[in-house]
Design a binder for this molecule. Structure first.
Ligand code: NAP
Length: 540
C-alpha cells in the first residue's frame, strides 16, 4: 500500500462468518494485509451463535455457500437440503483450512469502538483495551446478529436458565425439562419440533402468528449432488440474476390476475415442493398484488395450518391475520404445526387473551395464569441490519457515531458505504437487499476489493462517500419500498423495517428493487470508477 502513515493492517474486518471469510479471500487477492476480529470463540458468524436445537439454513445448502472457489464447490458435500448449524460451521472450517485463513482471524475479541482519524486511518479498540490501526474498517457483522432482548418485568428474578435463542448454551440439558419460549418467529418454528421430542413440556408465548411455508427437508443423494456439481455455473448465474439472490428459475410469466381458479390451484399444487421457491416460481404477482398475495396466503393457511393442526381453535390462533404474506419474513416448516397436536406442547396468545405481566422466580405470569418452567428461551429476534453497527461506537469524520446518525433514518449508499465515514465499508448494511446472503456478500466483497484495488492503482488513500449519493439511494430505496407489500411490515413489528425494536421508529431498511438489480448497480458503479465515492490522495 502507498501509505504515508504506518498502520497495523491495511484492513480490519469485524465478523468471521460468511462475510469475513469472503472478505479474506477478496482482500488477500487485492494484496491487503488484514485481520478479522470476532467476539465468538469459533468461525461461523450466525452459525457460531445460533446453536439452538433445530437451527438450520432456510436457503438450500447448495447455493447458500461460497462461490469464489470452484474447488470448494466441487469438493464439499452437503448431507441434506437444508444443513444444520454444525454442518454449516464445519463447511466454513473446511474453507478456512483449505485457504489457510485462520492466521488472519482473531477470536474472543470484541470490538468496542472504531474511530476515524484525521490522517485517513481508523483506530480500532477491543473490549480489553488493545488498539489497532488500519486504513479500511469493514463490517462483516451480519444483518441479523444483534439480539433483541425484550423489556419484560422480572427477567432477572427467574431462578433457572433464561437466555436469548442465539445464545443457546451448548451444554444445556433440556431433556425432561419444562421450557417456556417467548416469541413465535423463524427461530421458534425451527426449535419447537426438536424441543418437544424430548422436553417434558414446551409452552410457546405467541404475539403474532406467521405464514410458515414447507421446507420439505431431504437428504442429499449421489444423483442430486452430481447434477448440482455439473451445473454450478448455471446455479451461480441463477443466484446472481434472481430478485432474492436464490438459485430459482426466472419469472414464470404467469400472474394470478390472468389465471382461472383451476389454473391457480394446479400451479400452486404442482410447485409445492418446499423452500421459498414456491413464491417465486408459481406466479409473478404474489408480492406485488394484494389479491394475488391473498390467494397465496389462503393456500398456505389451508395446506399448512388447517390440514395439520387438529384442534380448530388452536389452528385459528396460529393463523396469520390482517397482513400480507412476506410483510414478515416467513419461516420454513420442519414439523412446527404437527407439534402443536402433542400433549406436551402449548400455545399461549399473549396479544389478545393473556398478556405477559411478569417473569417470576419460577416461570411466567400472564393476566390469566402462572406458568412454571425450568428454562425460558427469549426467541425474540434481532435488531436487524443496523443493530451490530450501533452496538459499538463507530465514529466518523464529524465525531458522530453511526448509532446517532441513524436515530431517525438508516441511510447509506447501497448498503456498503455511509456519508461522513471515510474508508469505512459494510457488507450488507442497511438499504442493501434482503437476499440469499452468500450471494449478496460475494457481490459486496467484490465491490469493496475492486474499489480498494482502484485506489491502489491511482495512488489514493482516502474515499469520502458522497452525501448526494446517499440521499439519492435513500430516496430511491424508500420509493420502491412504498410500492411493495413489505411496507405493511410496520403493522406487525417486522424486523425488515426495524419495527420490532422498542428503541427506534420503524424505517426503510431494505432495498426491495431486486437483488439482481442491486448487483447490477454495484457493477455499474465499479465499472464507472465508483462515482458515489470521492477519492483523495491524502486525507483532507
Ligand atoms: P423474529 O422472526 O423477529 O421473531 C421474534 C418473535 O419474538 C416474534 O414472534 C415476536 O412477536 C416475538 N417478540 C419479540 N419481542 C417480544 C416481546 N417483548 N414480547 C413477546 N414477544 C416478543 O425472530 P427470529 O425468530 O429469531 O427470526 C429472525 C430472523 O432471523 C428470521 O426472520 C430469519 O431471517 C432469521 N432466521 C433465519 C433462520 C434460518 O434461515 N434458518 C432461522 C432463524 C432465524 P411479534 O411478531 O408480535 O413481534
Amino acid at each position: 500500500m502507498q501509505n504515508n502513515q504506518h498502520v497495523d493492517y491495511d484492513a480490519i474486518v469485524v465478523g468471521a462468518g460468511f462475510a469475513g471469510i469472503t472478505l479474506i479471500h477478496y482482500l488477500r487477492e487485492a494484496g491487503l494485509s488484514l485481520k478479522v476480529f470476532d467476539r465468538a470463540t469459533d468461525i461461523g458468524g450466525t452459525w457460531a451463535w445460533n446453536k439452538y436445537p433445530g437451527a438450520a439454513t432456510d436457503s438450500e445448502g447448495y447455493y447458500y455457500c461460497l462461490t469464489f472457489s470452484e474447488e470448494v464447490l466441487q469438493e464439499w458435500t452437503w448431507s441434506r437440503r437444508y444443513p444444520g448449524w454444525k454442518e454449516t460451521q464445519n463447511y466454513l472450517r473446511f474453507v478456512a483450512d483449505k485457504f489457510d485463513m485462520w492466521r488472519d482471524i482473531q477470536f474472543d475479541t470484541e470490538i468496542k469502538s472504531a474511530e476515524y482519524q484525521d490522517n485517513g486511518t481508523w483506530l480500532v479498540t477491543t473490549g480489553s483495551g488493545e488498539t489497532y490501526t488500519c486504513r479500511y474498517f469493514i463490517s462483516g457483522m451480519g444483518m441479523i446478529s444483534e439480539p433483541q432482548i425484550p423489556n419484560l418485568k422480572g427477567m432477572d428474578t427467574f431462578k433457572g436458565p433464561l437466555f436469548h435463542s442465539s445464545r443457546w448454551p451448548e451444554e444445556l440439558e433440556y431433556e425432561g425439562k419444562r421450557i417456556g419460549i417467548i416469541g413465535a418467529g423463524a427461530t421458534t418454528v425451527q426449535m419447537l419440533p426438536e424441543l418437544a421430542k424430548v422436553a417434558a413440556d414446551v409452552t410457546v408465548f405467541q404475539r403474532t402468528p406467521n405464514f410458515v411455508m414447507p421446507a420439505m427437508q431431504k437428504p442429499m443423494t449421489p444423483e442430486w449432488e452430481k447434477e448440482i456439481k455439473e451445473n454450478y455455473d448455471e446455479i451461480i448465474a441463477k443466484c446472481r440474476n434472481h430478485v432474492f439472490g436464490m438459485a430459482f428459475n426466472p419469472p414464470s410469466g404467469r400472474t394470478i390476475a390472468d389465471s382461472t381458479p383451476e389454473e391457480i390451484r394446479q400451479v400452486f399444487e404442482e410447485n409445492w415442493h418446499g423452500s421459498f421457491r414456491w413464491v417465486f416460481e408459481t406466479f409473478d404477482d404474489l408480492l406485488a398484488s394484494p389479491e394475488a398475495n391473498q390467494a397465496a396466503a389462503d393456500f398456505i393457511i389451508e395446506k399448512m395450518i388447517k390440514a395439520k393442526v387438529d384442534d380448530p381453535e388452536l389452528a385459528d390462533l396460529l393463523t396469520p391475520k390482517g397482513y400480507p404474506l412476506f410483510a414478515k419474513r416467513p419461516p420454513l416448516d420442519h414439523g412446527y404445526y404437527e407439534t402443536f397436536n402433542r400433549d406436551n406442547v402449548h400455545l399461549v396468545d399473549i396479544k389478545d387473551r393473556e398478556p405477559i405481566e411478569t417473569i417470576t422466580e419460577t416461570g411466567v405470569r400472564t393476566s390469566e395464569h402462572e406458568y412454571e418452567f425450568d428454562i425460558i428461551v427469549l426467541a425474540t429476534g434481532f435488531n436487524a441490519y443496523t443493530g451490530a453497527l450501533e452496538a459499538m461506537d463507530i465514529v466518523g469524520a464529524t465525531g458522530e457515531t453511526l448509532r446517532d446518525k441513524w436515530q431517525d433514518q438508516s441511510s447509506s449508499i447501497m448498503g456498503v458505504a455511509v456519508s461522513g465515514y471515510p474508508n469505512f465499508f459494510m457488507v450488507t448494511g442497511p438499504q442493501a437487499p434482503f437476499a440469499n446472503l452468500p450471494t449478496s456478500i460475494d457481490q459486496n466483497a467484490q465491490y469493496i476489493a475492486n474499489c480498494i484495488k482502484q485506489m491502489k492503482r491511482e495512488g489514493k488513500e482516502v474515499f469520502y462517500p458522497s452525501q448526494q449519493a446517499e440521499d439519492e439511494w435513500t430516496a430511491h430505496t424508500a420509493e420502491i419500498h412504498e410500492q411493495t407489500l413489505m411496507a405493511e411490515g410496520d403493522k406487525v413489528n417486522s424486523w425488515m423495517m426495524g419495527a420490532n425494536r422498542e428503541d427506534r421508529k420503524p424505517r426503510v431498511l431494505i432495498y426491495f428493487g431486486g437483488a439482481n438489480v442491486y448487483y447490477d448497480k454495484l457493477k455499474e458503479s465499479a465499472d464507472n470508477g465508483f462515482p458515489e465515492l470521492e477519492f483523495a490522495e491524502h486525507a483532507a
